[in-house]
Design a protein around this ligand. Structure first.
Ligand code: TXA
Ligand code: MG
Length: 310
């Protein structure tokens, strides 16, 4: 406990002085900086090698803080009451009076925000008087980190500090819902679409991938382990890694289980960790068995499809 407190003090010190640090959330680790600061937010883009066109998610401690920056609606409050803090990000209208750095929004009039549900990061957000811009703590288009070790693998000594909150409990990024126009899901993720549908009493659709124009949240080249991935495979080649969600009778060295019982929540949690392990083993390709496109399976398939883009 004492240790945690001093870790939070350290984190606050670095953030107050304009540095970026990695923070744990329930989804993946974030690379965080003061969202009101032009210098801190610029550092995030540089460290991640991220295009300035791609806006950042901002993390808040409470509604009061959020209201300084965004317009909020009835639909937002409904979802907020049910799911926050938790693995859902909202795209909202930015207020003219907001002090959010223009780097965060790429000068646009919308802002993606969320309330993370991790005890250490909640404590940290309570202690600082600004929200935190924090994209996933990986180099752009690489696999998102789910532990301190993963963040170290991505950035080495390039970041000042990692607030260690253990392995993340969900293991996939938050679900992003755009509430600026008719509600639509921009990115599937850690909150199942069916749960959102139930609260809104509607079937909320996913925004279709746009081929020609650049759409935030929809970069196709993403989450890449750097080797080809083949989906819906039943019999893999002997020299490739094979990702499974249900136990097979025969075992083999190249089998990697996301779950042994077709538990899709567990499979989501293990996805990025498994891709990282496979990548470190120098396989030339990855095959994945068919994953049902329901519940968390939707988000898993979305990530695998993007990872499979050549
Ligand atoms: O779970 C998460 O959401 C993690 C943790 C750290 O909070 N964060 C995360 O951030 O995944 P990032 O930057 O890796 O992904 C955020 C996505 C980006 O693809 C970005 O394009 C999209 O959100 N985004 C940000 N602002 C947006 C906006 N105003 N409109 C539409 N999409 C936006
Ligand atoms: Mg990311």
């Amino acid at each position: 406990m004492k240790n945690n407190l001093s870790n939070i003090k350290k984190s606050k010190f670095y953030l107050d002085n304009g540095y970026c640090i990695a923070i744990p959330t329930e989804t993946v680790y974030g690379l965080a900086g003061n969202a009101y600061s032009d210098t801190a937010t610029l550092k995030i883009f540089k460290l991640k090698k991220r295009t300035r066109k791609n806006p950042l998610i901002v993390h808040y401690h409470n509604l009061e803080m959020l209201k300084k920056d965004c317009e909020i609606s009835k639909i937002f409050l409904k979802l907020y009451k049910r799911f926050c803090p938790g693995p859902i990000t909202f795209v909202l209208k930015l207020k003219k009076s907001s002090k959010i750095s223009k780097n965060v929004t790429n000068n646009k009039k919308t802002l993606a925000i969320r309330f993370p549900n991790h005890p250490l990061t909640k404590k940290l957000l309570k202690k600082i008087n600004y929200p935190l811009a924090a994209p996933s703590a990986n180099i752009s288009s690489k696999i998102s980190p789910v532990s301190k070790k993963d963040v170290e693998e991505e950035f080495g000594k390039k970041i000042k500090y990692i607030l260690d909150g253990g392995r993340t409990s969900i293991g996939l990024e938050s679900t992003i819902i755009n509430l600026v126009k008719k509600p639509s899901i921009i990115r599937l993720g850690g909150l199942e679409r069916s749960k959102i549908n139930k609260i809104l009493r509607k079937n909320i659709q996913c925004t279709k991938l746009q081929k020609k124009i650049y759409m935030p949240g929809q970069s196709k080249l993403h989450y890449s382990p750097g080797i080809p991935i083949y989906l819906n495979v039943n019999n893999p080649k002997p020299n490739e890694a094979f990702i499974l969600i249900k136990k097979r009778e025969k075992s083999s060295k190249n089998y990697y289980y996301l779950s042994k019982t077709k538990n899709l929540k567990q499979a989501a949690k293990n996805l990025y960790k498994t891709l990282r392990i496979i990548k470190s083993k120098k396989y030339k390709s990855i095959s994945v068995e068919k994953i049902p496109n329901i519940g968390f399976g939707e988000a898993i398939n979305d990530r695998l499809k993007r990872a499979a883009v050549k």
